[in-house]
Design a protein around this ligand. Structure first.
Ligand code: NAP
Length: 413
């Protein structure tokens, strides 16, 4: 049966105001915002003054409010708000990927204990319905892989560097001026944001509950204009891609790294602040989802879709986690990588199984080699700001050919 929804809204920034506008334009949803909690009473708001409060308890302890929407920019406060709301018998919708990723086990437990719905579609890919898709549509064993451009800021920066041949710093400044990157861009450009989102997707895709502490990730902060030139020469593009792939042993290879993709690859068409997801499954083969990964109305629409689903009592069942054989992460595979650097001493060449190509240039050198993922995760040299590591497209190799290894070692070691 359809439920009347009375919303307590936390946050009236980019997303909160977006949701407010959307709900004004969709009266058929029969959802009203009763109160909105914010911090700064002096800020000018595009809504009546009586809507706002700074007292969170006015929302959390109001019996008429049956839905809390949490879209604030403070992960610690967000967790307190969400957990108090669930314990107070309210359904909750959130877009705070950092908070959800950092508190996944506690949030799963709270959902079990309270039986309330906790939905967060907009937390990954904003307007693209990827979480509910992975949760509902793809069976565990048939889901071969997913790969995703999950962060709009870094995608904007990479597009700008490629299209206008500007360096990382210049592209970042432009992204900040246009509101595509935060004043403190670390979470986005260094890959934290994409890694947080990846942990949410791993849960709904494979029943893996993990945190970014166990995920290897790198952002776009070290991408050099020389890398862009190499990409152009080979008719490739560079994208920051989160990957999860089922290996032949049934375990999952997963990471976030910059990656080369050919100009014909779906991800080549994902430009600027857009996001994209490719899902490969047993019989459906490849599916590509594309859409806005940020922005007021785009993210608000993801939040609204969750609010609408609450009318029918929708909950994530976490099917892969509770009803299927859970999958495990494995580091037992190899990657084909491109690495550019100023000085050969910056590279731990003994970490490589073999090096296939080596180019010395007046400004920048690069090599292409094969490395075991475990070796990569245990070393730090590739995080150095003078080193840029980019995966090949189809970078994962499960078996390496020992003859190739011997041949290449004799040439380069
Ligand atoms: N922006 C996007 O495109 C996007 C996309 C997907 C997910 N998200 C996620 O959605 C969330 C909100 O993002 P946003 O871009 O809308 O942030 P924002 O524009 O910075 O707005 C944050 C809002 O939260 C309020 N706030 C902060 N701490 C609070 C507290 N303790 N209690 C009550 N209100 C509090 C702020 O109040 P004041 O107005 O008084 O300062 C502000 O209204 C974040 O978790 C973000 O990661 C954003």
């Amino acid at each position: 049966m359809k439920k009347e929804l009375v919303i307590g809204l936390f946050g009236f920034g980019v997303v909160g105001e977006g949701l407010y506008k959307i709900l004004q334009q969709t009266p058929s949803l029969k959802a009203k915002i009763k109160k909105a909690c914010i911090v700064d009473t002096q800020k000018k708001r595009n809504a009546p003054k009586e809507l706002f409060t700074t007292d969170r308890n006015e929302l959390l302890f109001d019996d008429e409010i049956n839905v809390i929407v949490e879209v604030i920019n403070d992960a610690d406060a967000a967790f307190q708000i969400v957990s108090t709301a669930l314990k107070n018998n309210k359904d909750v919708v959130s877009a705070s990927k950092k908070m959800i990723s950092e508190h996944l086990p506690e949030l799963l437990e709270l959902q079990k204990q309270t039986g309330r719905s906790f939905l967060y579609e907009a937390a990954a890919c904003a307007s693209i319905p990827v979480i509910r898709n992975l949760e509902e549509y793809y069976d565990n064993d048939l889901l071969h892989s997913f790969s995703a451009i999950l962060n709009g800021s870094t995608n904007y920066i990479l597009t700008k560097m490629y299209d206008e041949n500007v360096n990382f710093d210049k592209a970042l400044t432009t992204a900040q001026e246009l509101g595509y990157a935060e004043t403190d861009p670390k979470m986005d450009v260094e890959g934290f944001d994409a890694a947080h989102k990846l942990t949410l997707l791993l849960n709904h895709a494979y029943g893996i509950v993990t945190s970014i502490d166990t995920i290897s990730f790198l952002g776009v902060q070290n991408i050099h204009l020389a890398d862009i030139s190499v990409a152009k020469e080979k008719q490739w593009r560079i994208k920051l891609v989160a990957t999860a792939k089922t290996l032949s042993n049934g375990k999952i290879a997963t990471f976030v790294f910059p990656q080369f993709v050919s100009e014909k690859h779906h991800f080549s068409f994902v430009k600027n602040e857009f996001n994209g997801v490719i899902i490969e499954s047993g019989f459906a083969d490849q599916q590509f989802f594309y859409g806005k990964g940020a922005g007021s109305l785009a993210t608000g629409s993801g939040v609204m879709s969750d609010v609408a689903a609450l009318r029918y009592g929708y909950k994530y069942e976490y099917k892969k986690l509770y009803h299927h054989d859970k999958k495990e992460i494995s580091n037992d595979f190899y990657l084909r990588v491109y690495v550019s650097f100023n000085d050969f001493s910056q590279i731990q060449k003994d970490d490589f199984e073999w090096i296939e190509e080596w180019h010395g240039g007046s400004q920048r050198n690069y090599l292409i080699g094969v490395i075991h993922f475990d070796k990569l995760t245990q070393s730090e040299w590739w995080k150095n700001s003078d080193v840029s590591l980019i995966l090949y497209s189809d970078a994962i190799l499960e078996d390496i050919n020992l003859e190739d290894k011997k041949k290449n070692i004799s040439l380069f070691k």
